[in-house]
Design a protein around this ligand. Structure first.
Ligand code: FAD
Ligand code: SF4
Length: 646
C-alpha cells in the first residue's frame, strides 16, 4: 500500500530526507504479520513534524547524527551510507548496533526511537498489531468562560493581587485557594487549553501538542534519560497516570531533620484530605485493571508477595488505557477539570498559550511580569501581557522554574537554584505470554506492589500504546519486529527508584536549558534487583519471554537466564530508563545558605515571590508526587492569604 504525499521539507535537508528514507528501509523489514509496505514518505513527513517540536539542542544532535551516520559508511564500505547497496546498508546498520561506545550508541538509539514512534503511530501499522484507540464515550461542548483567554487580539496591561505562573499540580491548586479566599488572581500558562474533545486524537498528536518539546525532554548524563513533562492548561496532570500517594512520613521526618523544616504530618493531613476529596481519589476497581493487572497479581501471589490496586484520581474509569495521552472519558481528574474551573468561578483569570518571560521584582509591591503569547497553530510570538502583581507564585515545574529564575537573574547569590534535581528514574520490562493480553484494555498503571518501597523501589504498572513501547525497547531489529508482531500478547510493568544521586538544571548562554543527571551507583543496584524481581513475577505468571531493558541481556527466556543476569557486571549505561517526576531544583529549607525557599515556599531574599511546584521538595519522595505537590501548594496559598490580609 503506497500513499503518495508531497513532502514540504522545512527542517530536514534533502540529504537528511534521503538518509532517513534509506534508514527506514533497512530498519523496518517487511513481514507477514505487518503486511504494510513501509511508506517512507508518510513516515518521513510525520518525522518532520515531530522534528519541528524538538528542542534546539536535540535537533542539532540529530543533524550531527545524520552526518556521522552517513559518512561513517566510508569506513565500513568505502562509500557514504546512502550510496551502499541495500545489502551493505543492512550490514552497516548491524555494525552500528554492535558499537559499545555510549555516545555513538545513544545517537543511533535516539534516531531509531524517533523512526519507531513515527512508524508505529501510523494507523495502518498499529491496526495490524490488533491495537485500536478506545471508543470515546464523553463528548461535550467546549467549556467557555469569560475568564479563560486562549488567545488575545492585542497587548494586555493589568494589575492584580496574585499572579501564578503555571497551571499544573502546584499552580492550579494555589490559584484556586487564593481565588476562593477572595483574592484577585491571574494565571499564565504557556500551554494550550485541551478538553475531552481533543482526546480522541492519536496519542502521538497529543504528545506533540500537550507535552513540552514534543515529549523529547531528556537528561544528559550516564545514562541518557527521557524525562517528559506536560505543557498545557492542567500542566503534567493532564497527561499523567493518575496514581495518588501521600508523602511518606519517613520522608517528611528526614526533611525536618536535615533542612530544619518543622512541618508536622498533623498539619499536612487536612491539606491531603482536601486534595483527595477534590480529586475523588479511590482504589482502582478490579474490573478495569485489565489483563496486565491480573497477570501481575497472579505472579505476585505465586511468589508469596503482596500487591494491590493503586489509589487513583479516576472515579468511573472505563479502563480506556491512555491516561498519559489525555483521558477521553474525563474520568481522570486532572486540574483542568477541578481546580482551574473552580478558580475561574471565583473570578481568577487564565491566559493560556502565554509564556512568562520577564520578572522584575519590586520592593514596594511584588513583581512585574511580562508574558508573551504564542500562536499554537503557527508557533509565532505575538501579543504581550504586562502584569503588576502584589504576590508572584512560580509554579512552572521543576525543570522550568529554575530556568525562569536564572533567566531573570533573580537569585544570583543563591547557588542552589537549579541544583539537587531528583527524577525518580524508572525502568520497565515487557513480558510476552502465549495468550492474548491486549494490554491497552485496562488501566495502564492500575496495580502496585509495595514490598520494597522502604528500600527505595516502588513497583507500578506501565503500559503504553505501540508507538511508545516500540521506542522504549532497545533490541536487535529482528527481536524488535518479533516483539511488535506479538504486541497483543505483551504485558509490561515497571518501577521507580528513589534517587540517591542528584542532577542539575543549567541555562546555557544561548538560553537553551540543559538537564544534567548521572545515575548514582547505589541506584544501579536497585535497578538490578527490581528488574530481576519483575522477571520472576512475570515468569511465575506464565510469561514465555521477557524484554529486560538491559543492554547486554535484552531478552530472557526463563528463570535459568536470571542466573546470567546475576552474573552480569552491569554499567549505568546498560540500562534503558525513563523518568517522570523531576523535583527539587528550588529546594525548601529553613536556612537561606542551604535552600531556595522557606517552609511555606517563600523565596529567600525576595519577600513577595513564592514557589509552589515540585521544585521545592528537598529530596525524592519514593512515590508519585502529584498529591504532595498539591498539598504543599494549598499550604503555600494559605500562607500567602495570611500575608495579603495582614
Ligand atoms: C507521563 C507522566 C506520568 C505521570 N504520572 C504520575 C502519576 O501517576 N502520579 C503522580 O503523582 N505523578 C505523576 N506524574 C508527575 C506529576 O504529574 C508531576 O510531578 C506534577 O504534575 C508536577 O507538578 P508541577 O506543578 O510541579 O508542574 P506541572 O504539573 O508540570 O505544571 C507546570 C506548568 O507550568 C507551565 N509553565 C512552565 N513554565 C512556564 C512559563 N514560563 N510561563 C507560563 N507557564 C509555564 C507548564 O507549561 C506546565 O503546564 C507523571 C508525569 C508524567 C510526565
Ligand atoms: S484508564 Fe485512564 S484514560 Fe482510560 S478511562 Fe481510566 S483514567 Fe481515563
Amino acid at each position: 500500500m503506497h500513499v503518495h504525499v508531497h513532502v514540504h521539507v522545512k527542517n530536514l535537508s534533502p540529504t537528511e530526507i534521503r538518509i532517513l528514507k534509506s534508514f527506514l528501509r533497512v530498519l523496518l523489514p517487511r513481514s507477514n504479520k505487518i503486511p504494510v509496505d513501509v511508506d517512507e514518505i508518510k513516515v518521513v513527513e510525520s518525522l518532520e513534524v515531530q522534528f519541528k517540536a524538538l528542542p534546539r539542542l536535540i535537533r542539532i544532535h540529530f543533524k550531527l547524527g545524520f552526518r556521522i551516520f552517513q559518512w561513517g559508511g566510508l569506513l565500513y564500505g568505502a562509500k557514504p551510507f546512502t550510496w551502499l547497496s541495500p545489502a551493505r546498508q543492512v550490514g552497516y546498520l548491524d555494525f552500528w548496533e554492535r558499537i559499545h561506545f555510549y555516545p555513538l550508541r545513544m545517537m543511533l538509539r535516539l534516531l531509531i526511537s524517533m523512526c519507531y514512534v513515527n512508524y508505529y503511530s501510523q494507523p495502518e501499522v498499529y491496526q495490524c498489531l490488533g491495537y485500536s484507540l478506545p471508543p470515546v464515550t464523553v463528548k461535550r461542548e467546549r467549556a467557555e468562560s469569560n475568564n479563560l483567554v486562549i488567545f488575545p487580539k492585542k497587548d494586555i496591561f493589568l494589575k492584580t493581587e496574585v499572579c501564578v505562573i503555571g497551571s499544573g499540580a502546584g499552580g492550579a491548586v494555589a490559584a484556586k485557594h487564593l481565588a476562593a479566599h477572595g483574592h484577585e488572581v491571574v494565571i499564565l500558562e504557556e500551554g494550550d487549553f485541551f478538553d475531552v474533545n481533543n482526546f480522541n486524537e492519536e496519542p502521538y498528536d497529543i504528545v506533540r501538542k500537550a507535552y513540552r518539546d514534543g515529549g523529547f525532554e531528556t537528561t544528559i548524563g550516564f545514562p541518557l534519560i527521557i524525562t517528559p513533562t506536560g505543557r498545557a492548561v492542567g500542566g503534567t496532570t493532564l497527561i499523567n497516570s493518575g496514581t495518588c500517594f501521600r508523602l511518606p512520613e519517613n520522608v517528611l521526618e528526614k526533611w525536618n531533620e536535615q533542612w530544619g523544616l518543622d512541618i508536622s504530618y498533623k498539619e499536612l493531613a487536612p491539606y491531603f484530605e482536601d486534595v483527595e476529596k477534590t480529586l475523588h481519589i479511590e482504589e482502582a476497581k478490579e474490573d478495569v485493571l485489565g489483563n496486565i493487572g491480573l497477570k501481575v497479581k497472579k505472579g505476585i501471589e505465586v511468589l508469596g508477595l503482596q500487591g494491590h490496586p493503586l489509589r487513583r484520581n479516576a472515579p468511573g474509569c472505563q479502563g480506556a488505557g491512555r491516561c498519559c495521552f489525555g483521558c477521553p472519558t474525563e474520568a481522570k481528574k486532572s486540574t483542568n477539570l477541578n481546580y482551574i474551573p473552580e478558580a475561574l468561578r471565583h473570578g481568577a483569570q487564565l491566559y493560556a498559550n502565554c509564556r512568562a518571560e520577564t520578572i522584575i521584582p519590586k520592593y514596594d509591591y511584588g513583581a512585574e511580569v511580562i508574558g508573551t503569547f504564542v500562536d499554537p497553530k503557527t508557533g509565532q510570538k505575538c501579543h504581550q501581557i504586562h502584569i503588576k502583581a502584589e504576590i508572584l507564585i512560580l509554579a512552572g515545574g521543576s525543570l522550568q522554574t529554575p530556568l525562569l529564575i536564572k533567566k531573570n537573574q533573580l537569585l544570583l547569590h543563591n547557588s542552589h537554584v537549579g541544583r539537587h534535581l531528583t527524577i525518580h528514574p524508572a525502568a520497565k520490562v515487557i513480558a510476552r505470554f502465549d495468550e492474548d493480553i491486549e494490554g491497552w484494555k485496562g488501566i495502564p498503571q492500575g496495580y502496585c506492589m509495595d514490598e520494597w518501597r522502604e528500600a527505595g523501589i516502588n513497583f507500578e504498572g506501565a503500559f503504553t500504546p505501540p508507538a511508545y513501547s516500540a521506542a522504549a525497547v532497545s533490541v536487535s531489529r529482528q527481536q524488535h519486529r518479533s516483539l511488535m508482531e506479538n504486541y497483543r500478547q505483551c504485558a509490561s510493568f515497571g518501577f521507580l527508584v528513589s534517587d540517591s544521586g542528584q542532577g542539575r538544571v543549567v541555562r546555557l548562554p544561548t538560553g537553551d536549558p540543559l538537564v544534567l543527571y548521572n545515575l548514582h551507583r547505589q541506584d544501579l543496584e536497585k535497578f538490578k534487583k527490581g528488574i530481576r524481581l519483575l522477571c520472576q513475577i512475570f515468569f511465575a505468571a506464565g510469561a514465555r519471554e521477557i524484554y529486560t531493558g538491559i543492554h547486554p541481556l535484552p531478552r530472557v527466556n526463563g528463570m535459568g537466564d536470571l542466573v546470567i543476569m546475576d552474573q552480569l557486571k552491569m554499567k549505568r549505561t546498560d540500562l534503558d530508563l525513563g523518568a517522570f517526576h523531576p523535583l527539587g531544583t528550588c529546594r525548601m529549607g529553613s536556612k537561606p545558605n542551604q535552600s531556595v525557599v522557606g517552609p511555606f515556599g517563600e523565596v529567600h531574599g525576595l519577600k513577595n515571590i513564592f514557589i509552589a511546584d515540585g521544585s521545592v521538595f528537598p529530596s525524592s519522595l519514593g512515590v508519585n508526587p502529584m498529591v504532595t505537590i498539591m498539598a504543599f501548594a494549598a499550604r503555600c496559598a494559605d500562607h500567602v492569604h495570611q500575608r495579603l490580609i495582614h
